[in-house]
Each structure stands twice: as structure tokens, then as C-alpha cells.
Design a protein around this ligand. Structure first.
Ligand code: FEO
Length: 167
């Protein structure tokens, strides 16, 4: 059983994960416009993973006999200054999501909700990975941003990312 407060907080996080997917899909569309199909592929895979993150919470809310409430998903940003700004935004966004997850864990501890705390530990570990990947990607873009050849090579590298379901 979930408390009313926890049910609301988990539904909010589910929406935040779906919003992350929407944001990354918007970045993908912008990267297609800039003619970087490989970077766009990376963002599309990221968007699908975010959908999975939301669905994991959906499934957990159902498993606890609570109510899933889908909320409005805020429209994402649609344009960025340049490719570095896009990848800087990814890192900033993942840091924000980490803080949301930390707040949820704090609530689970406060409520002695051990099951939800355990469930959330998957997200705690995932956020370490998300931030690490975002930092690594931003570093690559920063180093290569002034060279069309390097960007071309990076685009080809990012084209290799393959989606595997996380649920
Ligand atoms: Fe669902 Fe990128 O964190």
C-alpha cells in the first residue's frame, strides 16, 4: 500500500520521465534538422528509455494497488543555439532528474516505505549512469565542435546506439 502522498509523488515522477522522453525526442528532431542522423538516433534511443522509466513506475503503482494518474506533459524546448547547447541541456536535465529521484527516496525513508525505497534504488543507480554518459558525451562534443570531420565521426559513433528495453 502506498500513502496518498507517495502515490502522488510517484505519479509526478512518472510524468517527469515521460516528459524527459518528449524532451529527448524534441532534441532528436532538431538534430535531424541539423543533418546529424547519428546524434538524432542517440536521442531517439534515449527517448525510448525514458518511456521505459515512466512505465516502470506505472507498473509499480499498479503492483501496489494504487492509482495511475496520467498528467499533462509540458511541451519541450524545440530549438537550441548549437549542438553543444543540446548536450549541455541533457546533462543539466539529468542532474534535475537526479534531484527529483533523491526527493522521492527522502520521502520513502520519511514514511518508512521500504518497498518503494528499494524500488527507487534502481533509479538511483540509473541516474549515476545517466549523468556519467551525459558528461562523457558533452566532453566529446566540446572537443570536436570546431571540426566538421570530428563531428562527422562522432555522428557515426552515436548512430550505433541500439535500444534495449529496460522493463
Ligand atoms: Fe529517466 Fe534520463 O532519467
Amino acid at each position: 500500500m502506498l500513502s496518498e502522498k507517495m502515490e502522488k509523488a510517484l505519479n509526478d515522477q512518472m510524468t517527469a520521465e515521460f516528459h524527459s522522453g518528449y524532451l529527448y525526442l524534441s532534441m532528436a528532431a532538431y538534430l535531424e534538422e541539423l543533418d546529424y542522423p547519428g546524434f538524432a538516433n542517440w536521442m531517439k534511443v534515449q527517448a525510448k528509455e525514458e518511456q521505459d522509466h515512466g512505465m516502470k513506475i506505472y507498473n509499480y503503482i499498479i503492483a501496489r494497488g494504487a492509482k495511475v494518474t496520467l498528467e499533462a506533459i509540458e511541451a519541450p524546448q524545440t530549438e537550441w543555439d548549437d549542438i553543444e547547447a543540446i548536450f549541455a541541456h541533457v546533462l543539466e536535465h539529468e542532474q534535475l532528474v537526479t534531484s527529483l529521484i533523491n526527493n522521492l527516496v527522502d520521502l520513502a525513508i520519511e514514511e518508512s516505505d521500504h518497498a518503494t525505497n528499494q524500488f527507487l534504488q534502481w533509479y538511483v543507480a540509473e541516474q549515476v549512469e545517466e549523468e556519467e554518459n551525459a558528461m562523457e558525451n558533452l566532453g566529446k562534443i566540446k572537443r570536436g565542435k570546431n571540426s566538421a570531420d570530428i563531428l562527422f565521426m562522432l555522428d557515426a559513433e552515436f548512430a550505433n546506439r541500439i535500444y534495449t528495453s529496460e522493463i
